[in-house]
Design a protein around this ligand. Structure first.
Ligand SMILES: CC(C)(COP(=O)(O)OP(=O)(O)OC[C@H]1O[C@@H](n2cnc3c(N)ncnc32)[C@H](O)[C@@H]1OP(=O)(O)O)[C@@H](O)C(=O)NCCC(=O)NCCS
Length: 164
């Protein structure tokens, strides 16, 4: 039996441990962390509890794409012994559905190429966005929340920056 809830202070320690396990202790060296100098969006931080124990986490940060505030999805992690049961899918689905209640026009992820298209993410490569640091371009994918937003990016080559 599982539930998805908004993270609280009480979840921080166990969620950090999940992240260390999933991404390693040097995870903050990855270029995506250039976009996360501050705190994630509290209302967009989800925990999945299996029988009351936090075993999965999904957080979002706000970033700037040119002058547009958008969402950055991740990190996403599920405890290794409970992977493959659909918990990752439940967390991403909850995040996407919750994101629709706000005004961000799109979500960007730097993630597994094969994992995100099933949710409706599309390659960001055609928009030639400028990423702060090294990235395999195929990992960058967009999910459109506001119809027409991605089309409006054509030819602009906008930089992605942290929200000040
Ligand atoms: C990626 C991760 C969150 C997936 O969680 P999970 O609970 O095992 O995923 P699910 O059970 O919901 O899998 C959903 C689907 O994605 C597939 N899938 C799982 N992990 C995948 C991966 N790394 N790449 C591509 N597809 C993957 C599953 O086979 C499943 O496919 P199906 O719907 O056709 O059956 C988990 O493996 C994890 O924590 N990995 C380490 C951290 C990480 O890599 N995070 C993601 C960074 S983008």
């Amino acid at each position: 039996m599982y539930e998805i809830a908004i993270q609280t202070e009480a979840d921080i320690k166990i969620v950090d441990a999940l992240m260390d396990e999933a991404f390693g202790l040097d995870r903050h060296a990855r270029s995506v962390w250039n976009l996360r100098p501050g705190a994630p969006i509290a209302e967009m931080c989800f925990v999945l509890r299996d029988n009351g124990v936090a075993v999965g986490s999904l957080r979002f940060w706000e970033v700037m794409l040119g002058t547009h505030p958008i969402l950055l999805l991740g990190p996403l992690a599920v405890r290794p012994d409970l992977r493959g049961k659909g918990y990752g899918k439940e967390l991403v689905s909850a995040g996407l559905s919750h994101a629709r209640s706000f005004t961000w026009p799109a979500i960007l992820v730097s993630g597994e190429v094969d994992y995100y298209p099933k949710f409706g993410f599309v390659p960001a490569a055609p928009y030639a966005i400028k990423w702060p640091g090294f990235i395999e371009p195929e990992r960058l994918q967009f999910f459109e929340l506001k119809d027409g937003f991605l089309a409006s990016l054509a030819g602009q080559n906008l930089p992605v920056r942290p929200t000040k």
